[in-house]
Design a binder for this molecule. Structure first.
Ligand SMILES: *Cc1c(COP(=O)(O)O)cnc(C)c1O
Length: 344
């Protein structure tokens, strides 16, 4: 039968209330792409779970189909979220689909153009806060406690329910859980969801490598970061809402959470693109972490099966690339010049 979205596909595994009215854009069912060249270099059997191929270009759609379906079914008229960008685009799309009003709060001046454009295109009301993501999140929590507006950030438990399905898909594709799962960690909803998913599905448990950016690494430092800074805007978060659960997932899985530099993240973005997978900077953090760990020589994943979660598409943040490339050469429209200029 044709695919009808992840709620329909995995309904029996999802703890969603009876009033849930499914709102779907056929999210999920993303490819698990083998990366033979990079895998050979790193000494493992490597796959990328390419979550950038969800309807709005990031994994946020998995959680959003669940959160909006629950809110719509309960009769909510308005949803709100704080966002570094991808949550905003996703909330906006699913709210539009459900016919709900959507308000998104973003930190001032720090949101990638492809994400903001998405939120606007889907008709959300976008408000910039003179503050960080963490400030924006505090505000949406307060307003949803005092008004009937529904909160769709990943502290909403249904977001986690939806996001668990990626673990199920990985197990279904491979036949069992991989040895290691590497992924970026920002507000820590996703690492929480993956771990819950693997535990529930009972097809084995991976060790989890969570990766933060050095300038926004509260879970590595052991304390909140007042002014998080990183080129990887989707994980530019100083006070992760599910930080405790992230540490628990790393610990229980016998994995860890590490930090990598912006330079390592941008390198990893290039490495992935060189094998045909273009992701936004934050999404490359998992690979950056894997490269750093395998480089250290002592990494247990050697020879094992590794899945790296690439959370969002490269087209979300084109300016990162556009700022760094030289303008294309300009030549006359003539065959001989073309032939010579490509070293014919
Ligand atoms: C939201 C997001 C993350 C971080 O996920 P958390 O659940 O906040 O840890 C990473 N990468 C991308 C592309 C995102 O949109």
């Amino acid at each position: 039968m044709t695919y009808q979205g992840l709620i329909h596909h995995y309904r029996q595994y999802l703890d969603l209330p009876a009033h849930t009215r499914t709102i779907t854009l056929l999210e999920g069912n993303t490819p698990l792409i083998p990366m033979p060249r990079l895998g050979r270099d790193l000494g493992c059997e490597l796959f990328v779970k390419f979550e950038g191929l969800n309807p709005t270009g990031s994994f946020k759609d998995r959680g959003m189909t669940a959160a909006i379906s629950e809110a719509a079914g309960r009769g909510a008229k308005t949803v709100i979220c704080a966002s570094t960008g991808n949550t905003a685009a996703s909330a906006a799309a699913y709210a539009a689909r459900a016919g709900l009003r959507c308000i998104v709060l973003i930190p001032e001046g720090k949101v990638a153009v492809g994400k903001l454009a998405g939120a606007v295109a889907y008709g959300a009301e976008v408000i910039q806060i003179q503050g960080s993501f963490d400030d924006a999140l505090s505000l949406v929590v307060e307003i949803t406690q005092k008004t009937p507006i529904a909160l769709v950030n990943s502290i909403n438990p249904y977001r986690i329910e939806g996001q668990k399905t990626s673990s199920f898909e990985i197990c279904d594709a491979l036949g069992s859980a991989p040895d290691w799962l590497c992924l970026p960690v920002g507000n820590a909803g996703n690492i929480t969801a993956y771990w819950a998913g693997f535990k529930q599905y009972q097809k084995g448990l991976p060790q989890i490598l969570g990766v933060q950016a050095e300038g926004a690494a509260p879970l590595v430092l052991g304390h909140p970061v007042e002014k998080p800074e990183t080129v990887a805007t989707a994980i530019r978060i100083g006070k992760p809402a599910r930080g405790e659960q992230a540490l628990e997932a790393a610990h229980e899985s016998k994995g860890r959470i590490i930090a990598v530099s912006d330079a390592q993240i941008l390198d990893a973005q290039k490495i992935l693109a060189a094998e045909g997978v273009w992701v936004e900077p934050a999404s490359a953090a998992g690979v950056a972490g894997l490269v750093a760990e395998t480089g250290s020589g002592a990494f247990e994943a050697k020879g094992g099966r590794v899945v790296v979660v690439c959370t969002g598409h490269g087209m979300k943040d084109p300016s990162i690339i556009a700022e760094s490339f030289k303008a294309p050469r300009v030549i006359p429209a003539d065959y001989q010049t073309l032939f010579e200029s490509i070293g014919g």
